[in-house]
Ligand binder design. Structure first.
Ligand code: MG
Length: 471
């Protein structure tokens, strides 16, 4: 391992690498194990969150990463020192853990997971009592506490302990079953190929599928945290599942990222539907069941227009909000949205809870397929066709923000120009979204059009403009 074995007190090269791989932001803390993500840092974050919650009750869950125990026990020390009571829900999917925050009436929660990032990373995500991520303001309050270092320090007789909670997955599944026509799904006896990337979704996904009467055809479902492929649930990373679904004659295939908040679908013929289609497909189904008219759907700026078109066709109002799950969740709660989420396979269904959840997606897709009766590929073929291309350009944050302002002024012939989250320009049949990353010195460029060539042209044009501006 090339980065392994770094020891404290190293020279300037090591200090630089430690600086560059640690990201502390309002949306959480992420770093590389063995380098920046040290026990002392993690313990201090525990002290900060415990102080922020005023020594309250905290739900803690983690994904299957090998580093999970080290991270968890480091955080526990900090939390306990501030007088917190810890409810340890163990190795569970992120949506499983966040649902338990509300259920157990905790004051907040920490999920230890670097989501779809490679195995050497780990991260802390902070949640409030309603199971939703801290928003920017709350995140800033927590960071202020962290940097001030004025932590609550409890004497021995005010310390509390760690309680193990072992029924989190059962609780999660019961809430999903409660909103589904379980008998209908069971009657179809679906054969389901499942790729959990050896992540935290294995237990809950298996439990859900068994309850829904499915025959499970697992691949990469050993929850040991040793990822068999790059964890992001995208086309290139899911070739094993596509082949597996085809070879086993599955009715459908599901893949999730290691913390199971993103879902990708593979059809009965083993073709990858594209993670952008997950939300479009689920939203179309949910809206059709609800009658659609007057319903509200909330998606982020980078979500495919396939979801927007589908929702409008059903008579729903569509709201776009800045990228970040908390923005979507808060807007959904405020507007009373029926369904929403993020295009990258993140379905949020408030009847279950306000968080992206691969299990909710699986349940709704199976119910849809059971009710429809046709193969999944045929149902998917009815959805609007778009091609999305994502890229990024190296760009210092200040320059990125200036570039976005300049490009906003010169957007010609556009139907809509939105600057609430970087710059999004919509034309009749295509759009581009540019936003400076909060965590890296890059400008992300996402474009979508009816054809791949048009999307590529759009990305190419804006990439070239940014490169010229930087020079
Ligand atoms: Mg994730």
């Amino acid at each position: 391992m090339e980065d392994g074995g770094a020891r404290g007190g190293g020279g300037s090269t090591q200090t630089q690498s430690v600086m560059s791989d640690l990201m502390i932001s309002v949306s959480g803390v992420r770093g590389i194990v063995g380098r920046s993500l040290t026990p002392s840092l993690l313990s201090r974050l525990g002290e900060a969150f415990g102080t922020y919650l005023n020594s309250g009750t905290v739900v803690v869950g983690r994904d299957t990463r090998v580093s999970g125990d080290m991270v968890k026990h480091s955080v526990f020390g900090g939390l306990l020192s501030t007088g917190c009571r810890i409810l340890d829900v163990g190795i569970v999917a992120t949506p499983t853990a966040t649902m338990m925050i509300e259920h157990l009436k905790a004051d907040g929660g920490i999920v230890i997971s670097a989501s779809h990032n490679p195995i050497e990373w780990n991260a802390l995500k902070f949640f409030r009592s309603d199971g939703i991520y801290l928003n920017a303001e709350e995140g800033r309050d927590l960071l202020n506490t962290y940097y001030n270092g004025d932590f609550i320090r409890c004497p021995w007789d005010r310390l509390r302990g760690v309680e193990i909670v072992s029924d989190a997955e059962a609780h999660h599944v019961s809430h999903i079953l409660a909103v589904l026509d379980v008998q209908l799904v069971r009657s179809r006896r679906f054969r389901v190929a499942l790729d959990c990337c050896n992540g935290a979704g294995v237990g809950v996904a298996m439990l859900l599928l068994r309850e829904l009467g499915c025959e499970i055809l697992p691949i990469h479902c050993k929850p040991d945290g040793r990822f068999p492929h790059t964890p992001e649930p995208t086309f290139v990373n899911l070739q094993d599942l596509c082949r597996h679904a085809r070879e086993t004659g599955a009715d459908v295939g599901f893949a999730m990222d290691p913390d199971a908040d993103r879902l990708a679908i593979v059809s009965e013929s083993g073709s990858f539907l594209g993670e952008e289609l997950t939300l479009a497909m689920v939203a179309r189904y949910v809206l059709s069941r609800a009658g659609g008219g007057g319903a509200r759907v909330v998606i982020n700026m980078s979500t495919s227009r396939a979801t927007e078109d589908t929702a409008r066709e059903a008579g729903a109002e569509v709201y776009r909000v800045p990228v970040g799950e908390v923005h979507v969740a808060e807007a959904m709660k405020e507007s009373g949205a029926l369904i929403g989420g993020e295009g990258n396979g993140g379905v949020i269904y408030p009847k279950v809870h306000y968080g992206r959840d691969a299990m909710v997606g699986i349940g709704l897709v199976l119910e849809m397929a059971a009710r429809d009766g046709r193969p999944v590929s045929q149902i998917a073929a009815e959805l609007p066709k778009y091609h999305m291309i994502k890229t990024k350009e190296e760009c210092p944050p200040a320059l990125g923000r200036r570039a976005v302002r300049e490009l906003a002024r010169e957007a010609k012939g556009a139907v809509k120009v939105d600057t609430s989250d970087g710059l999004r320009i919509d034309w009749d049949d295509r759009w581009v979204h540019l936003r400076a990353s909060n965590t890296e010195p890059v400008l992300r460029i996402i474009a979508e059009a009816k054809t791949e060539q048009d999307a590529a042209r759009l990305v190419g044009t804006y990439s070239a403009r940014i490169r010229r501006m930087i020079q």
